[in-house]
Design a protein around this ligand. Structure first.
Ligand code: RIB
Length: 299
């Protein structure tokens, strides 16, 4: 079977991960347990998830002209991702995410740096790349105008697009209407349905595109009627990147022609496996691992 050709347009960050039992209050200093730098960024994470599951993945993104940027670019290459469209931006620092991890849950501050230089003009200059992709995957850690440009070009060339609306912000209704699929979590879904200036008909249209991730409660979709695809219960050590794994996997399995329900089941399994290791990308599974996991859990 031919490999799906997935284009991810999004952020590339280095995650600065501190593990701690105690989260400090304002003005307080506490001693943490460990510190690591781990590759991340929603765009890069989703690209790695899709590549590990056997897709041909290209990542369009920006890094700074610094050591972190070089390290991330080499790492993405090692993951089998096409890095020809990763732009090094002079006098910009590579994006970072400061992550505090406590009892498996995280809080994150992202400083976009070079990611904010992924401009609409830059996206437009890669129109050919967009036109020849089987699926586009985009998130909101790059400028909103660039996400809108991506959606316009994807629509023009009839390429399906998954918009993962994270981190959430006010979104123009054209974007919601142009996306083929929206993958918010519950909080993001509530915000995007509330903040957009949608008619009741458009609201229904948008709701039907939503594949809403609800953590341990599973994934909610509208397939004629509302359906819940249950999550798998696993012993998690780090939930960072679980949503990204879900998105990367969803893109792969939809492109391979699975129904939304089956694609979500595979993507749920991939996301469950991803939380069993520290770091956004370390636990992302291969196709074989997902199949073995499903075979064990669907007995
Ligand atoms: O979704 C997880 C990601 O969000 C982290 O890897 C971090 O870089 C932030 O972008």
């Amino acid at each position: 079977m031919e490999k799906p050709n997935i284009l991810v347009i999004g952020s590339i960050n280095m995650d600065l991960v501190t593990e701690t039992n105690i989260i400090p209050n304002v003005g307080e200093t506490v001693l943490g347990d460990s510190f690591q730098t781990i590759p991340g960024g929603k765009g890069a994470n989703q690209a790695v998830a899709a590549a590990k599951l056997g897709a041909e993945v290209t990542l369009l993104g920006c890094i700074g002209d610094d050591d972190l940027g070089n390290e991330l670019k080499n790492h993405l290459k090692d993951q089998g991702i096409c890095i020809d469209y990763i732009n090094t931006i002079q006098e910009q620092s590579t994006g970072i995410a400061s992550i505090t991890l406590s009892e498996g849950d995280n809080s994150i501050i992202v400083v976009p740096g070079a990611n904010s230089m992924l401009t609409p003009q830059l996206v437009r200059s890669y129109e050919d790349l967009i036109a020849k992709s089987d699926m586009i995957l985009v998130q909101l850690e790059i400028p909103l105008k660039s996400v809108m440009e991506t959606a316009a070009l994807a629509t023009k060339h009839h390429v399906p697009m998954i918009l993962n609306p994270a981190p959430i912000q006010d979104l123009p209704k054209e974007l919601l209407l142009q996306a083929t699929y929206l993958t918010p979590n519950e909080h993001e879904q509530a915000a995007l349905l509330a903040t957009s200036d949608l008619s009741s008909e458009e609201l229904e249209q948008v709701k039907k595109k939503c594949i809403t991730t609800q953590g341990s409660k599973g994934v909610r979709i509208y397939d004629e009627v509302e359906k819940l695809i249950p999550a798998f219960n696993v012993e998690g050590v780090d939930s960072t990147g679980a949503g990204d794994t879900f998105n990367g996997a969803l893109a792969v399995f939809l492109t391979r022609g699975l129904s939304i329900i089956d694609a979500c089941q595979f993507a749920n399994a991939a996301a469950a496996l991803s939380v069993t290791k520290l770091g956004a990308q370390s636990g992302m599974p291969s196709l074989l691992e997902v199949k073995e996991f499903l075979a064990q859990h669907n007995k």
